[in-house]
Write a protein that binds this ligand. Sequence first.
Ligand code: ATP
Ligand code: MG
Length: 570
Amino acid sequence: MRYSQYFIPTLKETPADAEIISHQLMLRAGLIRKVASGIYNYLPLGLRTIRKVEAIVRAEMDRAGALEILMPMANPAELWQESGRWEKYGKELLRFKDRKEAEFCMGPTHEEVVTDIVRREVRSYRQMPLNLYQIQTKFRDEIRPRFGLMRGREFIMKDAYSFDVNEAGAIAAYDKMYQAYRRIFERCGLNFRAVEADSGAIGGNYSHEFMVLADSGEDAIVSCNSCQYAANIEKAEARPPGAPEHCDPRPLEKVVTPGQRSIEEVSTFLGIAASETVKCLIFVADGEPVAVLLRGDHELNEIKLSKVLGASELALADEALVSKVTNAPVGFAGPIGLSIRVIADLAVAGLRNVVVGGNAADLHLKNANPGRDFTPSLYADLRNVVHDDLCPRCQGGVLEMWRGVEVGHVFKLGTRYSEAMKASFLDNDGKEQFVYMGCYGIGIGRTAAAAIEQNHDAGGIIWPMAIAPFEVIVTMLNPNDESVRTTAEALYTELQGLGVDVLLDDRDERAGSKFADADLIGIPLRVTVGARGVKDGILELQERRSGEKDLVAIAAMAAAVAEKVRLAKA
Ligand code: ATP
Ligand code: MG
């Protein structure tokens, strides 16, 4: 491709509405342009990277035995009503009517449509295992579309669905996808972790997320510093606390705390650590108030809480309800003397002589002791783990915290959809059984964005070779010089012949601005062709990432570039 005939509308200024670096650089390097909130055009350079990510995904899906199909964006409501998700999915599901008033939605994911294919066509155990995938445009009416392709409303996803005759088959299918995902993200050149995840609203009972490590990531993830354990904070557990050290209980004491409501205020006021207090949160779970106790410095994990309570609706109580159940304004709730259900995090059990709310305005109590002064009806794991918590899986390991971008997700679905939609088959005893399913997603655009989050510098993007829009840029210093033009053109043709993706910068521009553009768009290798080099028969080959320069004889240059490209993708 010749730069002069290509379309790379770069920007000098950082667009004001782009918060994270990948979004800024995708705009500045002319990869994408916004059409509406969360909806983008992919320009030529951006699309090349998207297609490269897709090609890696496709190759690994094919290698794992999955079969490519393409399902429609418009999904009829009936299928979603059958699975029960028409009601449940909420506002992310964009619904519309056709001219006959028939209801449809834009597919945010395709369990319903693919299950419909399988229930119609698969009758016998002999037709499985089966894994169908597509690379297709999804629509989710995200409440907060942001960060460019990272969280769009319309975005490209690879989604695969496995169908098996039993649980063992489903686990084998899951493992195959898990391994394929590892290879995909390795090939894309990303630093990632596969973490245990909560299976959320989609249903199912087992799942992993693939997280690209990046400070801008929306997810908090945890990994053990000595074993393989890694999990999303939504799911992560710590080793439960051992027996508390012996400590004599002191007599309960009232302490006046005027206007001191938050844990921070109370602990500062009393000159103690937050961990020497207990916070008491009043929630409403499916209409019932419940008090939740946590060590003062710990944070509630609402996903764990709703699981423990088996609640489908969970919300913090409003002020009126708090003052009704605690006889106090918000900020003074405590477990002693409450008449509603009280449950506590595991870490509360071992606490001694702590400060709790006094259930009266401007009052706290000192030296409260679980067992003596209050007895929760249940102790459970209710909190987010923190840095330095002990690993739940190994002895001696300590948990570390990271930020991550979720680029892929694998789920075991079991028979959640096949039962609801009656996708059954005859097993080898002629008995009718429901199909065992799994589903597996990768965000294509998000993967490209995550790659930029991990690979950039002040000059711009530094693409990993495998997903770079072009592998090498050949920069003519002065295209009007005959010898320069001839040499660069010859190199360009030779590189193309070797199968290298090459961009020829033949523009009549200053060298400085050509170099700056090459850096901004992140091409991993650059060959500079100038009159002096041509005269000496030696050209400069520079690596974008390290800045390292090699001097290579003109005749050997194409082979040297091809070899570097090959090594970088190996
Ligand atoms: P998130 O928690 O980030 O909203 P999700 O759990 O809703 O993601 P899945 O339903 O598992 O995502 O979708 C599979 C993959 O699709 C995700 O791992 C992610 O890479 C991608 N994806 C999901 N939502 C978006 C979005 N709004 N924009 C871009 N990619 C997305
Ligand atoms: Mg989502």
